[in-house]
Design a binder for this molecule. Structure first.
Ligand code: ADP
Length: 576
């Protein structure tokens, strides 16, 4: 951009300068042609005047002193009419006989010394020409001289002096310096009076203007200015071949240079603005690209994270699935173990009941045997009618034994895991049937307080039977130690809950034992008397059926276990 800016500035400045210089040159050339023509025409005009006057009919006559005295104003008339500065009449020796100025021979400026070259040329019969150099005070003069003849022989010289002041006045209208140099480099005519008579090298620091290129930029030190105050000029030259002079004009190109400078500044400004716009565009595009790159990078990062998270999740999922499988397996194992535990607890209960049960069987068996013997004897004696009563009793006892056996069979069967509506009354009846022998043996009085209406709960029949058997068996065990052992089973409905409580008048539960009684294998009974599984199994079963089981000591002594189960309509479940 910097290079481009510099190039554009240079090009703009250069072009502007070239155009300005071309304009200046055209104008200056026209001016130079006009001003040169002014000088040339003036000298042309007077070039003819002296020969004309010299060839006149009376010109030889003026050479006699008498005639001069009688015609003193001839020269002044001729001078006045032609516009010449002065006209002289000289004899063959160069003595001025007559001057148009004062009519009196002076021998001064018009003297032979001053115009000796022109005089000599005229004496030899040519048209004599000589420049009388000017000074800062006065302009230069040009002298034309022609021979005067008397009777065909040279007798004197007639000279015409032309002042170049008119030319200088015409040139003064031009604002550019114009100088006419003679063949030696002297400034002959100029529109700057101070330069008159100088060599141009005085003007231009020792360099002759003729050495400089005709057009182009020059550093010119103008006379009278400080050495470092140099101005730039364009120099144009026109030759005046007849005179052997050159006319130069120096055109100040400072303005053009300033204009070029301004154009360069303007170009710089435009370049800076353009560069600013480009920079802005580039910066904006860069920012967009940067933002794009950042977005892409963050998208990539996000994708990578999502991928790694997905992989992690997949791994976690696999682990979770494995864990779920293991859990399920563990749960299945647990359920199996629990079922086995329940079965073990049930068998333990049975073991404890077995004595009472065998007693229960032995009694009717003995009665059946005696009744059968009696019936046999009666039939032997022909009293078959009487034997009938014994046989009927035997049938009743067998039926009861069969019922106990059936219930026992059902109880010992492995309970399922289904949850169905169960009649609590049926559950209590069957539990009572199984416990009857034990109750009888321990001589505990058992009260049942049952509602008129059956209560249906959700659960498993055999598991609930097991709960009730456990609670009652514990209560019987506890109350047995007392003189008047007593156990009460109450069933009632409390809103949507079935509340079953078993209360005894035993010693109650010690405070330090209370927190542990539902723990598995916790027992205070002797080895072999209890496994410590009854309550923990009962607690588990009740909670499986969304119920609760809690133990407390009654205010009047003894322990009370309360089971609460949500009531399930009136639908009945046939069998588990
Ligand atoms: P086990 O009867 O085999 O000991 P349980 O789990 O049925 O096991 O009972 C745990 C303990 O709870 C019993 O050892 C006993 O100390 C206490 N317990 C249970 N029921 C009663 C009760 N009705 N009165 C006093 N203590 C009881």
């Amino acid at each position: 951009m910097v290079f481009a800016t510099v190039a554009i500035m240079w090009l703009t400045g250069h072009t502007s300068l070239r155009i300005s210089l071309a304009e200046l040159q055209t104008r200056a050339e026209a001016n130079l042609a006009v001003q040169s023509a002014v000088l040339e025409r003036l000298l042309d005009k007077f070039r003819l005047l002296s020969p004309l006057l010299a060839r006149g009919r009376d010109s030889g006559r003026f050479l006699s002193v008498e005639d001069l005295a009688s015609q003193p104003s001839v020269a002044s008339v001729a001078a006045g009419m032609s516009g010449a500065e002065e006209i002289w009449l000289m004899d063959a020796e160069g003595k001025v006989l007559l001057s148009s100025r004062d009519g009196v021979p002076t021998g001064m400026i018009g003297g032979r010394e001053a115009i000796s070259i022109a005089f000599e040329q005229a004496r030899q019969g040519q048209l004599g020409r000589q420049l009388v150099p000017g000074s800062p005070e006065g302009p230069a003069n040009y002298v034309f001289a022609s021979p005067l003849r008397r009777d065909g022989a040279p007798a004197g010289v007639l000279a015409v002096r032309v002042s170049l002041a008119d030319v200088e006045q015409a040139w003064a209208l031009s604002k550019d310096p114009i100088v006419a140099l003679d063949s030696r480099g002297h400034i002959v005519v100029t529109n700057i009076p101070a330069w008159r008579g100088r060599f141009l090298d005085q003007v231009n620091r020792g360099r002759n203007i003729a050495d400089l290129p005709l057009s182009g930029r020059l550093q010119v030190l103008l006379p009278g200015t400080a050495p470092d105050a140099q101005n730039y000029f364009m120099q144009l030259t026109q030759e005046l071949p007849v005179l052997g002079w050159d006319v130069h004009t120096l055109v100040d190109i400072g303005d053009a240079r300033q204009r070029a400078g301004r154009a360069m500044l303007l170009a710089l400004l435009v370049c800076v603005i353009g560069a600013g716009c480009i920079w802005l565009l580039v910066a904006r595009r860069e920012a967009h690209a940067h933002q794009d790159r950042r977005n892409r990078a963050s998208a990539l990062r996000l994708e990578r994270r999502v991928r790694s998270r997905t992989a992690e999740l997949r791994k976690a999922n696999v682990l979770l699935e494995q864990e779920v499988r293991e859990r399920e397996q563990a749960e299945a194992n647990l359920r199996l173990t629990q079922a086995e535990l329940v079965q073990a607890a049930k068998l333990a209960t049975l073991g404890r009941m077995s004595a009472a049960l065998s007693h229960e069987y032995n009694q009717p068996l003995a009665a059946i045997r005696s009744d059968a013997e009696v019936a046999g004897m009666l039939i032997e004696r022909g009293r078959a009618n009487e034997a009938q009563a014994n046989l009927t009793r035997i049938g009743g006892m067998v039926g009861r034994m069969a019922e106990i056996a059936k219930t026992l069979k059902g109880f010992t069967r492995k309970s399922g895991t289904d949850i169905k509506p169960v009649s609590l009354r049926q559950v209590i009846d069957e539990a009572m049937l199984l416990l009857q022998p034990q109750i009888k043996q321990s001589q505990v009085s058992l009260d049942l307080e049952l509602p008129d209406e059956d209560i249906i709960v959700k659960g498993g029949r055999i598991r609930l039977e097991q709960v009730i058997i456990n609670l009652l068996a514990n209560a019987i065990d506890a109350a047995a130690a007392k003189p008047l052992p007593h156990v009460r089973l109450t069933l009632r409905r409390d809103d949507n809950e079935a509340v079953l409580s078993v209360r005894d008048n035993g010693p109650g539960i010690d405070a330090e034992v209370m927190p542990q009684i539902f723990d598995p294998f916790f027992t205070t009974k002797d080895v072999g008397a209890g496994l410590g599984l009854g309550l923990s199994i009962a607690y588990k079963i009740v909670h499986d059926f969304s119920g609760s089981l809690k133990a407390e000591n009654a205010a009047e002594g003894g322990a009370e276990f309360t089971m609460r189960l949500p009531v399930e309509g009136t639908r009945m479940q046939a069998a588990e």
